[in-house]
Each structure stands twice: as structure tokens, then as C-alpha cells.
Design a binder for this molecule. Structure first.
Ligand code: GTP
Length: 889
């Protein structure tokens, strides 16, 4: 860049490394920055002189044995010898500089510092001042620890390299060895020389004439070294997190390898390809015996073998995954196709799929996504000693006007009048009733709608169902429905025969009719509890409560109150003044004021709690319904309520759930459809097709039920979980939703509202007006689970008489159809000497250059086979077609 001589040129002239030269220059108080810096004539002269004198009193060092460096005062001659080969000055500089610089006295305070930084492992002839000492210091440990020795110069080289030719900086590693010989200090551990353990520094020291000052210095120098090491350590640690390779490297450190060395090892790994190149150059020239590369290799190999990791959340877009793996999206899509997954570039694939496909490309997928399981307090099974009895939770069901509300009121009133403190009962969706024999919790949304709606959300809150049947009316549609709903949920029923005060009350009729539904009274030899009540007059209330408690005893209901609360939302609404409020039925643990929680898609913090009497409370144990404030949104009845450690976690979980919900909404599919239900089951599993059948009249319902039941086979069972005459109701949809059933409507239509619910709940409704069609569809669906039978049908044969190679088309065979016919685009196999050599499709079928649909026996034609050119005269082309046949049961 200048007309002056560059350091590089001078070093070449003197046959020393740039680094050495720079050292000399510094000693001469000539400031230079790099080997590219310019020098004036006088400066060059000065350097020449100094070099001369330095060479005379130079120190040479040689390696006494592996891991031991012997430094000897020597006559100048030997030193330059190895160095002149300044072709790789870049490398050598770092190292050799020491040998040259060392003999000279330190120039000034700055110089040593710089040296320390750049070439911490100088091999000074200790005769020199403190600088030399410092350098020596690094030497001393070197002698004592080969790794240090190696590390230091390597680092120096690295630095130098960085400066000199940045792109090759990492190449040192492999290059390094050839250089090392020059500078004996930098002795890589001999293959057999184990770090530290095999090093015998002692013998080395005596040989060094001037080691004394070194000894004084060590504390300082290594300290400085350590500092820098620490710094690097930190940096490296940071890297660790990002780069797996560093982890490998760390393990090396644990093996006792000095950090610096490890660091260089790391660099080498990174830039090994370049190192190979440069190293290749250096070695032959030198003819040096190869240095103990093995160590380096060891560090490289595991790193290379390390699996590349990709961190993804729950799902990842195909394009993003391809990007992360550094491959083309098309290639990724191909891999996906190979796995039988059709995905477009913008489509997301789930974690599992991503893992499989990434593995194909040599990547490992790590889930970084948020998993709420990590935050939700693990639900371990409660220890028996922690469990305490809890009250049963009861739902009242029954036909319209049979007295559900009256019974609920009656029960509530009876208890309030019996001295419950609190006064006015609040409607919070559930209430707590204390009785002499025990407490009971009533969900006060009568009817099976709420019950099933909750169940559809996976909430099994109810322990016992009270089925109210008016004694004067008997079993009606909704009574049956209620029975079916309870049965589907597996909840025991206690029958309350109501209105027994009424004239014309016939409790026996109720018993009889219910027995037909499977609820046989105890006094008739069954196991269903029946009680006679009059909700209006309040008679039989205690008795029914007692019966409920009796039933509860059988159920042995227990809960652990000493843990974070879990429960379900019974009811929730947006209150004008209080914001979102919800009633939680605590099912386990104890809910406390201030608890952070998640319920459904929302989170919150209990800001206020009220019991069913409207009284503010601070905590609620198992089976206690409480109304809470502090919800961030309005959850749905049946949503699970879980207390978590803090609000932050709660928010995080809720956010994650909302994201998931959005994804779900986008990919909304029917929970179960007639077509899909069979396919969803594992092979060999008995399939059960749940149906809710609604027909216009009882007669057709019976006919349908009978016809459908007949369809059940050993493989597929038809289970009509509910059947009724009348239009399809919301309740039917909810039942179907809760039981993964399909709704069959026979001559009935749903209201728009019901349709909406069905859509929301992803329930399939199928409509029929002819029983035959309905049964056929069901049969077809049942058969759909069996793989279709593919039957092959022989079409004909043709013999190849000649072959033509048509440009851009390939081989075309001139054939004569010997039997049957060939059809265009039909399937074909090529038979040669009785052996099938090709199976595929006809790519063309022509007669006199005209495409034809088919060619029959006795006619000649031109035939092309798809992706097959090896057609020979005499081959037989056999045409056939495949037919899929539905498997029948
Ligand atoms: N005589 C008599 N009438 C009753 C009794 N229980 C309820 N009723 C009456 O029956 C009618 C319907 O009672 P509800 O409690 O509203 O019946 P429900 O089952 O809750 O009705 P829905 O809410 O419409 O489903 C009311 O007029 C009650 O007064 C009873 O024990 N005896």
C-alpha cells in the first residue's frame, strides 16, 4: 500500500516470521500493527542489525521428549534454520516470533502486554527483562503442561491469523503442527503423552538456564492468562447454548485439556476444511514429523458426528423447516410424500411429523414449545391417607313439568329453614345442602342439557342423578332421555317419584315403566333406589336426601383437600358490574383467595369468592361450589379449573390454549362421521358405532332400531345410545357429542339452532326418509372399515413384432393383439420368456398414428409403456385392469 517495505517482506528477507519481526520492531520502539505495515529504510536497517545481533545470542529450544521442552542457549545458526521457511509466515509468525523476540529485551511496557495477548506463549530466553519473564511464564506452564503450551501459541496463531487473513483464521489447527516444530515450545502432546499426567516439567527446567525469573513470574502471567481464559470461558459458555459443538469441546476440557487448547480445538473443528488445505501445503515442505494430531482429530470427529438440532414449537411450516435444515422446500415435500404425507409449502406439520422428516435429513428435533404439563401441578394419585370423605354432587333430571325445579327448591328451602346461616340463597348454579346424615351438593340447572353439555366438555362432575318422574304421568320422552344420558355417563340413578300427593298418582306404574328401561326397584329385586316425594308439599325430602347419601356411601367419594384446587366450571357469565364471574365446583384440593388459575381458554386470579349463600369466603374445599371473580374471560360450563403456581404461568397456559384452539378451529372436522369412525379404530379392535336416532313417530323408531341392531356384527357393534320420537334437539346433539355418536334423523329436521350446535360440537347428523337407505348406509359405513378388495381382471395380450425408438417418446412396440384387447391408459405387464419384466401402464395406444381407446384381437397397434423402453421383439404385453371391491361384512 505504501512504497515502504512491508513487515512481511522484511521478515521474508530475514527468514523470520512476521511475528518475530514485529517483536523485534517493538523492541526497537518501531510501532507496527501487522505484517502489512510499512517500514522505512532506516527502520529496516535497524531491524536488520538487531536481527543479526539477536541471532547471535539467540536461544534455541528443542524438544527433549514428548511433552518436555528443553531450552538451550545456542548459537544463532540453528534457529533461523527452521524459520526461514516463511512461506507460511502467517502461521509461523505467531510461534516463531517468540524465539526471535525473546532473546531481545522487552521494548517497553506496552510491548509485553501486546505480546501477552497475541503470543502468550513466547519462549523467551529468560535472560531478558520482565517481558521475557512474562513470556517465560507462559512457557513454564508450557513445559509443565503441554496443553497450555499448545494452547497459547495456537491462540496466538489464531489471533495472528485473524488479523492476517481472516477467512483462514481457523485453518490453523491442521497447519499448526507443521509450524510447531519450528518453535519447540509449542509442542503438541505426543500421542501417548497424556495431558498433565505424563508431563514432567521438572527435567525441563533444570536445562533452561534462565528459568529462575520465570518462576517468579508465573503467578502473574498465568493469572493474566487465566483471566483471558475466563473471559473466553464465558464467551464459550454462551456459545455452548447455541452450538452443540461447544458442548463436545467442553467435554474435552473435562478430560483435563486446557481451555485454551480446547478453544483452538474448537476453532479447528469449525474451519477444518481450510486447515486441511493450508496444512497440506506446509507439511511437505517442512518434512516435519507429524505432530500429535490425534488429539485434534478427536475433538473434530465427535463434533462432526453431532446431530444437528432443530428447535420447533408444536408445529412448523414446511417452508420454515426446510429453511432451518438448509434444504429446498421441494425436497422436504418430497420426503414428506415419501412418508405418505401430503403437505404444501405453507402447510404446518406437527412436531411428530417434523421429527420424522427431520431425521431423514439428519436432524434432530427438539421441542421448544410450551408444554402446560410442565406448569400444571402434576396430578399424582392422592395417597390414601390424604383422602377425606367428600359430599356427593347431584344433578336432578326428568321430563318437563315433572317437578325438577320444585324438588330443588323444596330441598333448598327445607335446608334454609332448618337454620342455615346466610339468608338469601344466591343462584350460582350449584348449592350446598347440609343434612343430619351428611352434606350434598346440588347442581341446580335441572335437566340433562347442562349435564350432557358438561360431559361433552369432558367434565364428569355429577356423582348421582335424581330422576324425577311425576307419579301421575309416568315415564315420558325426556325421562327416557335422562335415563340414557345418565347411563351413557355411567352415573347411578336415584328415582324420585314425585307428585305422590296428586290424585291419580300411580307410583307402581312409574316403577314398571322404569323397570323396562333397566331401572328395577330394590323391592322388585333390582338395585335402583326409589323414593316417593311431593315437591309441592315437601314430603319425602329427607328421605330422598338420605337415599342419595346412601348411594354416595356405596360410591365411597373421597378427595384430598390439601393441594392446589382442581375443579370444573359449573356456570359462568359476564356480570355488568363484576366482569366475568364463574361458579367453580372444587373437586380436589382447596381453592384460596388470591390463587392463580386456568380454566378452559382463560386464566385469572381469585379476587373474590362467594358461597351459594352469597357469603364472601376465603377458601373452598372439595365439593364446595363457589362463585369467583377475577376471570379474564367467560369460560364454558364444564371447563376444567386448575390452580397454578402464579398468574404468569396461568397466562402462559391460557395463551397456549387459545392458540391451540385457533388451530383446532381452522382444522375443524367432525368428531366422528359415518365414513371416518371405522378408520379411526385400531386394527383388530372391536368397533362400536354409537347412534342417536330420532324418528317422526315411535313406530318408525322401533322399526329402525330393530333393523339397525340386526346389523351388529362381531367386528362392528351398533349401539343406539338414545332413540326417541320427535325432532332433533340440542340435547341430542350434546349427547352425541359427549358420546362420539352420529345423529340419525328419520323424517325429522333440526332447527337452525340445533344445526348450529351440531356444527359447533362437530356432530354429524344424517337424514333419511327410507329405512332401507338408512340401513344400507350404515352397512356401507361398517364395511368401509374393511380394506377394499382389489381384483385384477385380465383384458388381453399382444405380442411385440417390432420396436421403434421415437424421439421424445421412447420405445414404441409394434404389436399384434393376440387375445382380448388392450385399452388406452390401461394397466399392463411385459412378459419376456414367461417372466414379468415390467408392470405399469400403457402410455400410448395407437393405430396408424391415431390414438385409439382400445385395440381388439387380430389388430395391430403401436404400444408405449410408461417409463419403460426395454421392449424387445417377442415380448408379450398383457393388459389387465384393477377393480376395487368393497369388503362385505
Ligand atoms: N301437586 C303437585 N304438584 C307439583 C309437585 N311438584 C311440582 N308440581 C307442580 O308441577 C309443575 C311443574 O313443576 P316444576 O318444578 O316447574 O317442574 P320442572 O320439571 O322443573 O319443569 P320444567 O322446568 O318446565 O322442566 C308446577 O306447577 C308445580 O307446582 C308436587 O309434588 N305435587
Amino acid at each position: 500500500m505504501t512504497t515502504k517495505m512491508r513487515v512481511r517482506d522484511v521478515s521474508q528477507e530475514l527468514g523470520i516470521s512476521n511475528k518475530e519481526l514485529i517483536g523485534l520492531l517493538r523492541e526497537l520502539n518501531i510501532p507496527v500493527k501487522s505484517h502489512m505495515s510499512g517500514l522505512t529504510e532506516e527502520q529496516v536497517d535497524l531491524v536488520r542489525d538487531r536481527h543479526k545481533s539477536a541471532a547471535q545470542e539467540g536461544v534455541s529450544q528443542s524438544r527433549a521428549k514428548s511433552g518436555v521442552i528443553v531450552r538451550r542457549r545456542k548459537k544463532p545458526a540453528p534457529e533461523p534454520a527452521p524459520e526461514p521457511e516463511a512461506e507460511e509466515a502467517e502461521e509461523a509468525e505467531a510461534v516463531t516470533q517468540d524465539t526471535v523476540a525473546a532473546p531481545e529485551k522487552p521494548v517497553d511496557a506496552k510491548a509485553p502486554e501486546e505480546h501477552l495477548q497475541e503470543t502468550p506463549a513466547r519462549e523467551p530466553a529468560a535472560e531478558d527483562g520482565d517481558q521475557a519473564q512474562k513470556q517465560e511464564v507462559t512457557q513454564e506452564p508450557d513445559a509443565a503442561d503441554q496443553h497450555k503450551q499448545e494452547a497459547a501459541p495456537e491462540e496466538a496463531r489464531d489471533k495472528e491469523a485473524r488479523r492476517d487473513r481472516p477467512p483462514r483464521k481457523g485453518a490453523r489447527k491442521k497447519k499448526a503442527p507443521p509450524e510447531e516444530p519450528k518453535v519447540k515450545v509449542i509442542s503438541r502432546p505426543e500421542p501417548e503423552a497424556e495431558p498433565r499426567t505424563t508431563v514432567t516439567p521438572e527435567p525441563a527446567k533444570p536445562e533452561v538456564t534462565e528459568p529462575a525469573p520465570d518462576k517468579a513470574a508465573p503467578p502473574a502471567a498465568p493469572a493474566a492468562d487465566d483471566d483471558s481464559k475466563d473471559g473466553k470461558k464465558k464467551r464459550r459458555k454462551k456459545k455452548d447454548k447455541k452450538d452443540k459443538r461447544v458442548v463436545e469441546f467442553d467435554s474435552l476440557q473435562q478430560e483435563g485439556i486446557d481451555q485454551k487448547q480446547a478453544k483452538t480445538g474448537f476453532k479447528k473443528q469449525k474451519t477444518s476444511p481450510v486447515a486441511d488445505r493450508t496444512g497440506g501445503k506446509a507439511r511437505p515442505g517442512r518434512g516435519r514429523k507429524p505432530r500429535p494430531e490425534p488429539k485434534v482429530q478427536e475433538t473434530v470427529q465427535p463434533t462432526r458426528a453431532a446431530k444437528k438440532k432443530i428447535r420447533i414449537d408444536e408445529a412448523i411450516r414446511v417452508s420454515d423447516l426446510a429453511k432451518q435444515m438448509g434444504i429446498k422446500a421441494q425436497d422436504l415435500i418430497k420426503t414428506l410424500l415419501g412418508l405418505g404425507i401430503m403437505a404444501t409449502i405453507n402447510q404446518s406439520i406437527d412436531l411428530e411429523t417434523a421429527s420424522i422428516v427431520a431425521a431423514e435429513h439428519g436432524y434432530e428435533v427438539e421441542k421448544t414449545g410450551f408444554s402446560e404439563d410442565e406448569f400444571i401441578i402434576p396430578r399424582e394419585a392422592d395417597k390414601p391417607e390424604d383422602l377425606l370423605p367428600r359430599p356427593p354432587v347431584v344433578t336432578i333430571m326428568g321430563h318437563v313439568d315433572h317437578g325438577k325445579t320444585s324438588l330443588l327448591d323444596s330441598i333448598r328451602k327445607s335446608k334454609i329453614t332448618s337454620g342455615e346461616a346466610g339468608g338469601i340463597t344466591q343462584h350460582i348454579g350449584a348449592y350446598y345442602v347440609g343434612s343430619d346424615r351428611g352434606d350434598i351438593v346440588f347442581l341446580d340447572t335441572p335437566g340433562h342439557e347442562a349435564f350432557t353439555a358438561m360431559r361433552a366438555r369432558g367434565a364428569q362432575v355429577t356423582d348421582i342423578v335424581i330422576l324425577v318422574v311425576a307419579a301421575d304421568d309416568g315415564v315420558m320422552d325426556q325421562t327416557r332421555e335422562a335415563v340414557n344420558h345418565s347411563k351413557a355417563a355411567g352415573v347411578p340413578i336415584v328415582v324420585a317419584v314425585n307428585k305422590i300427593d296428586k290424585e291419580g298418582a300411580d307410583p307402581d306404574r312409574v316403577k314398571r315403566e322404569l323397570s323396562e328401561l333397566g331401572l328395577v326397584p330394590e323391592d322388585w329385586g333390582g338395585d335402583t333406589i326409589y323414593t316417593h316425594v311431593s315437591a309441592k308439599q315437601g314430603t319425602g325430602i329427607d328421605e330422598i336426601l338420605e337415599m342419595v347419601l346412601l348411594q354416595a356411601e356405596v360410591l365411597e367419594l373421597h378427595a384430598n383437600p390439601n393441594k392446589y384446587a382442581v375443579g370444573h366450571i359449573v356456570e359462568a357469565r359476564l356480570d355488568k358490574g363484576r366482569g366475568a364471574v364463574g361458579t367453580v365446583l372444587v373437586q380436589g384440593g382447596t381453592l384460596k383467595h388470591g390463587d392463580a388459575f386456568v380454566c378452559g381458554l382463560y386464566h385469572g386470579k381469585v379476587r373474590a369468592m362467594f358461597n351459594d349463600k352469597g357469603k364472601k369466603i376465603d377458601q373452598a374445599g372439595p365439593a364446595v361450589p363457589v362463585e369467583i371473580q377475577g376471570l379474564e374471560g367467560v369460560p364454558e360450563a364444564g371447563d376444567e379449573f386448575v390452580v397454578v403456581q402464579d398468574e404468569k404461568v396461568a397466562r402462559r397456559i391460557a395463551d397456549a390454549r387459545q392458540t391451540k384452539q385457533r388451530d383446532k378451529d381452522l382444522a375443524k372436522e367432525s368428531k366422528i362421521t359415518l365414513e371416518s369412525f371405522l378408520a379411526s379404530k385400531a386394527e383388530g379392535e372391536t368397533h362400536q358405532l354409537n347412534l342417536v336416532v330420532k324418528a317422526d313417530v315411535q313406530g318408525s323408531l322401533e322399526a329402525i332400531t330393530e333393523a339397525l341392531n340386526k346389523q351388529s356384527t362381531s367386528v362392528v357393534k351398533i349401539n343406539i345410545i338414545h332413540g326417541g320420537a320427535g325432532s332433533i334437539s340440542e340435547s341430542d346433539i350434546m349427547l352425541a357429542s359427549a358420546s362420539s355418536a352420529i345423529v340419525i334423523g328419520f323424517n325429522v329436521r333440526p332447527t337452525p339452532r340445533v344445526k348450529e350446535v351440531a356444527e359447533r360440537e362437530s356432530v354429524e347428523i344424517r337424514f333419511y326418509d327410507i329405512i332401507y337407505n338408512l340401513v344400507n348406509d350404515i352397512r356401507d359405513a361398517m364395511a368401509g372399515m374393511l380394506d377394499p378388495i382389489i381384483k385384477e381382471e385380465y383384458l388381453g395380450q399382444a405380442q411385440v413384432l417390432q420396436t421403434f425408438s421415437v424421439p421424445r417418446v421412447g420405445m414404441v412396440a409394434g404389436c399384434m393383439v393376440m387375445d382380448g384387447k388392450l385399452i388406452r391408459n390401461g394397466k399392463a405387464r411385459l412378459v419376456r420368456d414367461g417372466v414379468v419384466v415390467y408392470t405399469g401402464n400403457l402410455s400410448s395406444l395407437k393405430r396408424f398414428k391415431e390414438d385409439v381407446k382400445d385395440v381388439t384381437k387380430g389388430y395391430e397397434c403401436g404400444v408405449g409403456l410408461e417409463k419403460f423402453n426395454d421392449i424387445k421383439v417377442g415380448d408379450i404385453i398383457e393388459a389387465y385392469q384393477e377393480r376395487e371391491e368393497k369388503a362385505t361384512l
